[in-house]
Design a protein around this ligand. Sequence first.
Ligand code: ZN
Length: 475
Amino acid sequence: MDFQHWPPVYDEHYFPAPSQRYWFPHIETMDPAERETLILRKLQAIVRWAWEHSPFYRQKWEGAGVHPDHLRTLDDLHRFPVVTKAELRREQAEHPPFGRYLCVDRSEIIRIHGTSGTTGKPTVFAIGRDDWRRIANAHARIMWGMGLRPTDTIFIASFFSLYLGSWGVLVGGERLQATCFPFGAGVPGQTAMAVRWLREMRPTAFYSTPSYALHLAEVAAEEQIDPRDFGFRLMFFSGEPGAGIPATKRKIEEIFGARCVDSGSMAEMTPWMSNAECAFRHGMHLWQDLVYCEVCDPQTFEPVPFGREGTPVYTHLERTSQPMIRLLSGDLTRWVNEPCECGRTYPRLPYGIYGRIDDMFIVRGENIYPSAIEDTLRPMEGFGGEFQIIIDREKAMDKLVIRVEYSEEWAQQAKITPGTLDQLQDQMAKRLRSVIGVWPVIKLEPPGTLPRTEFKARRVVDNRQLYEALVEPSS
Ligand SMILES: [Zn+2]
């Protein structure tokens, strides 16, 4: 591997000894200060690349008054404005199909993927030939860190379509020289078929989303099969936060008798495994020399100190096709820099990714933003200014409860009776129903009842425990 040149070219014949803990021992365990030098060099190269090949970035940066020459230290990075997903969608609509951040010749594109587009126009991902090899090398290295070895057989149980998750595992697994079984998911009857194939092929490793693994366990149980009999040694996940939630992780480990490993950033950021747990499972490591992640204050987009909460902002360090430079995830996490048992010196997300800064949530298939609820309630007579959203699940149906404080003045004028309270509740429920598409249950509360929060996100209390509900429907 040659770090003097950018983009790096990996030796496809390189292979660590199977007994070795690290794929690249030096890089993975180096002094973080030394690593920063390496990261800075790559960062300067990719920013220069984007400046030279992308009118999108050039225009954006000129507008913000920054230039690649301004990037002298890692700290300078936050002078570069963040990129949002909405911006990428707009850019692709105006400059179809790839947007002006493609940065390679169209003939170099080896793969096209995309979002499902269920909530609007899909975003298109284009990956160049050389990038795909770098992604393979990155994923192999990270999967090695999870504990996968060439002797493993990996059963890949997620969609083989536009979705990048499955393909990223496949290409990494192949580079790792494991046996890959790209089984897929989503075809009617396929889960029952998976149960039969698993018994037949006895794979040692399994990849899917956490909720799919729990669904698989249910289907196995219907056929009187103990999921432990599949004999998985290691299960790794992405696509949902479940595998990072301690209770869900424990549940999966108990049900299958296997180690549960969490991974994943964003499809745009492929190699999306650059957030991934090691075999010790103390939270996802940030493989900072592949994708540089800053956990940032959601208002200023400046990095927060270790130990604090913020939103990940990602920057590619090895992508020439559609490089993302400071892509705002909108996710919520906490980062730490304490040593990990594995000896790697990357920072970690000890609780995984556990929420959204905009705090969008989904109830009965509708995407709902607390800000939309606030905007609706705010102008209504009787609204006291504070509210709290509680989401429950009753008999497999989501229930949306909104506790709303009424105002002091309204209470004095209305001379509260059960009738006036009911009336106000009805008005609020109707108004909200027309905006968010779901009937909420409004519970009016006297002024000063609700907890005051500094962080907007705490307005939402989600009691659904979605993953648990899937395994224990009776509880
Ligand atoms: Zn570790």
